[in-house]
Design a binder for this molecule. Structure first.
Ligand code: MLT
Length: 394
């Protein structure tokens, strides 16, 4: 066959991190069918969708069953009602957005991966460790990536003064960070915004965990002065409203964001209207309900439940003298593997000996080696059982 393939794929790990973990867990499970495995690996929620969300979905399903209210193709960039709900959500933080700066999608992962479409061959700056989609999607299109070390010493919050070559980059920032749970404060984000404006860089700000923030930290990059000329923001309802299987997120591209003489907003609009046919009506109605006042109250209850799980995990680690961070403004606990174990070694130990699944820190970047991530998204019962197993074994 003489068809050429994308050779950049050869530079990727064979499997996506979470697919790799699922494969290992499935193999273990097939070989040990009687063992009860507790999954605290991928950040997948376990609580059902809230009452407001379910009611909105039922209503939307009924509308789809009637000729008069049936909907076909959704607007590619989102129904007005969904964009308005998102606009209001930002306004509550003092951030004003035009409706056409909001692009509804099927989640942050897709948008993080797809955003590369509107950029040319730029250098990319990625914190290490971080959500692996940033790195993988840029490797897929052959971009040159520079890593910025996030370490215990810098509180897992690398700053622009650590950049060796001061120039223009596409800069990925995830705050609260996945996997470490570290959150940038206003002053730190201002330094990033200033760096980006000064060097004509673009920040891609992933705020998927903003609803977990505890304390006085920015929830959106647009709370920072000067950010609209340098930042795109990607957010999702996956972790906020339990939409991991329901799928709705959004990307904000401000009109002020101009690169190389081109406004990025119409480019993203062109990209989405060409390659995406919109998020389903039923789902956008669900998202609208999640973002309503009552919907947000319900989200907060679920988040409080998960954060109690985080506390249970944190307590056992404290008791055992195992260093960890996170679990305060994030549903993830980021711990140092005991006995100087490497990340995958600890993964194997937990799976084989305690039947607990976590995520090896090394999967998020080389600086994650020796660390491990546990999620608080399990059920209370499963989390308690995992904690007991850890208490006995560690
Ligand atoms: C994670 O576990 O890091 C996330 O759930 C993955 C994702 O959001 O795609």
């Amino acid at each position: 066959m003489s068809i050429k393939t994308n050779q950049n794929y050869k530079n990727l790990e064979k499997n996506y991190l979470f697919a790799n973990i699922a494969k290992k867990v499935n193999a273990y499970s097939a070989a040990h069918p009687d063992q009860k495995i507790i999954r605290l690996g991928i950040g997948d929620v376990t609580l059902p969708l809230s009452k407001s969300v379910i009611e909105a979905m039922h209503k939307a399903v009924d509308e789809m069953s009637q000729q008069a209210t049936f909907r076909g193709y959704a607007p590619e960039c989102g129904y007005d009602f969904a964009c308005k709900a998102i606009q209001k959500h930002y306004l509550e933080r003092g951030v004003e957005l035009a409706l056409d700066e909001i692009f509804v999608s099927d989640g942050a992962k897709s948008d993080c991966g797809n955003i590369t479409d509107i950029f040319g061959d730029n250098d990319i700056l990625i914190p290490d460790p971080v959500y692996p989609v940033y790195m993988d999607s840029n490797i897929m299109c052959g971009r040159k990536t520079t890593l910025l070390k996030a370490t215990q010493e810098n509180g897992f919050l690398p700053m622009p003064d650590a950049i060796e070559e001061k120039k223009s980059y596409i800069i990925y920032i995830c705050s609260p960070n996945n996997p470490t749970g570290a959150v940038y404060n206003k002053d730190q984000l201002k330094q990033w915004v200033d760096y980006a404006n000064e060097t004509e860089s673009v920040i891609i700000f992933d705020s998927a965990y903003e609803k977990y923030i505890h304390g006085d930290y920015p929830h959106s990059i647009y709370e920072i002065e000067g950010s609209k000329t340098c930042a795109i923001e990607i957010d999702s309802l996956s972790k906020t409203a339990g939409f991991t299987g329901t799928r709705m997120g959004w990307t904000i591209v401000p009109h002020e964001l101009i690169c190389d003489g081109d406004e990025l907003n119409p480019m993203w609009n062109r990209r989405q209207s060409t390659k995406f046919n919109g998020t389903a009506y039923i789902i956008q109605r669900a998202g609208e309900a999640a973002l309503s006042e009552q919907g947000m109250k319900e989200c907060e209850q679920s988040i409080a439940y998960y954060m109690e799980n985080a506390k249970l995990i944190a307590d056992v680690l404290t008791e055992k003298g195992i260093w960890f961070t996170g679990g305060i403004s994030s549903p993830y606990i980021w711990l140092k593997c005991p006995n100087n174990m490497k990340s995958w070694e600890f993964f194997d130990y937990l799976l084989n000996e305690l039947q607990i699944v976590g995520t090896p820190g090394a999967g998020f970047g080389s600086q994650g080696e020796g660390y491990f991530r546990l999620t608080a998204f399990g059920s209370r019962e499963a989390t308690k059982e995992a904690v007991e197993r850890l208490r006995k074994a560690l």
